[in-house]
Design a protein around this ligand. Sequence first.
Ligand code: F6R
Length: 440
Amino acid sequence: MGYKSYKTPDPVYFEPGDAASAYTLRFEKIPLRINSDALEASAEVARIIADGIRTKAAAGKMCILGLATGSSPVSVYEELVRMHRHEGLSFRNVVTFNLDEYYPMHPESLQSYHRFMHEYLFSHIDILPENIHLPDGQAPRERIQEYCMEYDRQIAGCGGIDIQLLGIGRTGHIGFNEPGSARNSPTRMITLDHITRLDAASDFYGEEYVPKRALTMGIGTILKARKILLMAWGEGKAHVIRRTVEGPVTDQVPATFLQEHGDSVIFLDHASAAELTRFKTPWLAGSCRWDDRLIRKAVVWLCKQVDKPILRLTDKDYNDNGMGDLLTDLGPSNKINIKVFNDLQHTISGWPGGKPNADDTTRPERAHPYPKRVLVFSPHPDDDVISMGGTLARLVEQGHEVHTAYMTSGSIAVFDDDVVRYADFVEEYQEAFRIQHPET
Ligand code: F6R
């Protein structure tokens, strides 16, 4: 269930000395910690929690944690368990309140957050059972409101939450506070958004089995926490992160309420940060260190912005759209236009594996070695043919040895009939292209 990511190089877009605060102040309304690797970022979150627990323990006090479930915090819990086992981190002075639970939900059900928390954290640490609080997915329907008010009272009775851990849903929910949740909403029963139910469908083996309701701490309850740490990993979160960090505060993206909290930090990896202005269009955020890649990215963006082909872009287009810097450094516009046009032109070739015995100085691929062994990575077992079927056919026709690696794994649920369908497809594909198994 944990989200694993690979390191990606740090995108360096800004001139040295260009104050990070310049773009932060202009666009970003919540402090961010962006790490190339979600595992490293999770270790940092775990360290902050561990420090909080130890500081409180040293003062003879209890540390009150607000906890989340889902894939985002899994590595944090793994790290906390490791610290408990190997670094003597004790949870004896810890009280926890979980954010939410599906309703109705039996605590032992596969999908219950109660079970999740015990599997990933509580069963592996020395927390006292009486200090664990999770919304009860079996609380009697007619007493729900009272039950939820009591949950808030219990939190307040402990002195409030010291550190609140959050994930974020694609709807912008925190806890299960879906769009429309009020800033001062208390713990309550809510109806889950369609997108949230869709995202949970694989855990429940079908959307129709995802409960329609849940109990969740309110936005008001969450915002009372003294420190808030929100985590978002992977490109699936990139759009909602942009709206949360750069957009206006609105109940349509409940996570934007964190902009009004004095001590909240968002932890991101490069993929979830990719839609932020500083990465997506850094020329709008500060003075850039222009290299060929960034120039090409900016010019292609400008074409879409002004709806013109590259060779038609004018000095005014560059100036009007925050690219005056580039114009000053490398202009005039027609010089930049031609450079990018040529760059793009040279990515197109009828010889995707390189043309043997030909001059390859302006070709996108080397002439030699020939033939080549080609490995195509395809996130799903159809992306390869959909996005580069013609290229695959050419590579095979031109004598290269072509393999496709389908990047699915047991960590995401794939229904049996889908597996069979894809397996059929691979068989047909192999037949169509006369690809033989080594033993045949
Ligand atoms: C879970 C919770 C939710 C999740 C969010 C992201 O307790 O409160 O807000 O944090 O739906 O889920 P993942 O981390 O699975 O992407």
